[in-house]
Design a protein around this ligand. Structure first.
Ligand SMILES: Cc1cc2nc3c(=O)[nH]c(=O)nc-3n(C[C@H](O)[C@H](O)[C@H](O)COP(=O)(O)OP(=O)(O)OC[C@H]3O[C@@H](n4cnc5c(N)ncnc54)[C@H](O)[C@@H]3O)c2cc1C
Length: 418
């Protein structure tokens, strides 16, 4: 068979879409049709609902979908991380059971990594999974779990061996969230939303075939998930574009996106909302003040530089290159943009920036931006952790001294809560 080219992919996907796209189907009916064709996830392997195309050719298919107005497979939320992790580490049974329903959007996932005593230092997890009888029994607590209240399944990092060194006693599981013994409790943030949760496990069960790593080798699998998390925010923005067009598929997709993107509403670029800065400056007349214009110019320069760095990284990956330091640099830049935007907003809006609701600047949007900005510096690895990565991996500075990576985990001093 001849190698696919840009032209052949464009023509073939266009023909298929013209014969099959139907906005009056239900979202799940349409996505099943799309998944069967392989055009929904064109860069995935042929054996698993894809066509094995390169990223640039995948984008040719996306452009054809956009051209005809077709809705794509489900791409929002932690399900992307789940799919990426299962594709690399899952057995055929995992792929069979989970991948199609991730693409059709029928199952939603959450990431059960962080705990009250370990976030940056994820390998310090103390949620335990013990093999008893013929299954794994899970006990412990996770925190900051995005969308656990909508999720059917979770990616769980748990300790299975307390006598092995820290990174070697963890295992990676797929856990059914909707079972007795899993208690999901919402956490209300200072911006008023409750997108995150604490999740408590009390003798929750996992059948032996739902371990995704070898026993004790969960850290390697978690690394795959984390690598995709750094790339994730970008794809979220690219794929989540609900339209107001009439048709059952569009309506059902808009409802799905509203639920899935709720936690990401104020994520990096949105928390920054550089566009709102200019809008507000013009509306209040502050734009005429050269000192304000100077601050806006600095903000725009920083945000444009961050955007171009992200594009350069994407272009490099399109050429088959590895993920470079841009992941950490981009994350750090996004925090800086968000913080600076908050400062310039306050400069322009004055005391109105503090008021929530219709009395505040831009109907309270600025106040909400201000209280949402700190999350950007924490989620997906804090600014300090990104700086450590940059100093060690990019600048090749000496690694932080560690006293906790050798010897049995049970002897390692660790954070205690309560
Ligand atoms: C919006 C949001 C969504 C999230 N979603 C999820 C989710 O879905 N699933 C999930 O598992 N987790 C999630 N998290 C948790 C997130 O990954 C952790 O909060 C984050 O990794 C930081 O961990 P921590 O809160 O335990 O802080 P800690 O690790 O305790 O850090 C406290 C402070 O110490 C600093 N610090 C720690 N270690 C070092 C070091 N070696 N060098 C220098 N400074 C250091 C940190 O930078 C920070 O300022 C989410 C968090 C947020 C804010």
């Amino acid at each position: 068979m001849s190698e696919p080219t840009e032209g052949s992919v464009r023509q073939e996907s266009r023909n298929w879409l013209e014969a099959n796209w139907d906005p009056d189907l239900s979202l799940v009916e349409w996505r099943n049709r799309l998944v069967d064709s392989g055009w929904g996830a064109p860069t995935w392997p042929v054996a698993w609902h894809g066509r094995g195309l390169s990223d640039p050719l995948g984008r040719v298919v996306e452009a054809e979908m956009d051209r005809i107005g077709a809705v794509g497979v489900a791409r929002t939320g932690i399900r992307n991380l789940a799919a990426a992790t299962i594709l690399v580490h899952g057995t055929d049974m995992h792929k069979e059971k989970f991948l199609r329903r991730i693409l059709t959007g029928e199952d939603t996932w959450c990431q059960l990594f962080s705990e009250p005593g370990c976030g940056s230092d994820l390998a310090g997890a103390t949620t335990r999974a013990d093999f008893r009888g013929n299954k794994w029994i899970v006990n412990g607590q996770k925190v900051w779990t995005t969308s656990a209240h909508h999720a059917q399944y979770g990616l769980l990092l748990a300790r299975t061996d307390w006598d092995a060194p820290k990174h070697q006693g963890l295992s990676f599981f797929i856990i059914d969230i909707e079972q007795p013994g899993v208690d999901v409790q919402p956490l209300r943030q200072m911006n008023g939303h409750a997108s995150f949760n604490q999740v408590f496990f009390t003798d929750a069960e996992i059948a032996p075939e739902f371990i995704l790593s070898e026993t004790g080798n969960g850290w390697a699998v978690a690394t795959t998930t984390l690598m995709h998390e750094r790339r994730g925010a970008d794809s979220l923005r690219r794929y989540a574009k609900a339209s107001n067009r009439p048709g059952r598929v569009y309506e059902e997709e808009a409802a799905e996106i509203a639920i899935q993107l709720e936690p990401y509403k104020w994520y990096p670029q949105r928390a920054g909302r550089v566009d709102l800065v200019i809008e507000r400056a013009k509306a209040t007349g502050a734009f005429d003040d050269p000192a304000v214009r100077q601050e806006i110019a600095k903000l725009l320069t920083l945000s444009r530089a961050a955007e171009w760095t992200a594009r350069r990284a994407r272009a490099m990956q399109d050429r088959g290159g590895p993920q470079g330091p841009e992941g950490s640099l981009g994350k750090l830049a996004a925090s800086n943009v968000a913080r600076m935007a908050a400062r310039v907003h306050t400069l322009i809006a004055g005391a109105d920036a503090m008021l929530a609701g219709p009395d505040g600047a831009l109907d309270g949007v600025i106040a909400e931006v201000l209280v949402s900005v700190p999350a950007v510096s924490i989620a997906g690895g804090t600014d300090e952790i990104q700086k450590n990565i940059i100093s060690e991996r990019v600048l090749k500075m000496p690694k932080e001294p560690r006293s906790d990576t050798k010897g049995p985990f049970r002897d390692v001093p660790r954070n205690t809560v309560g």
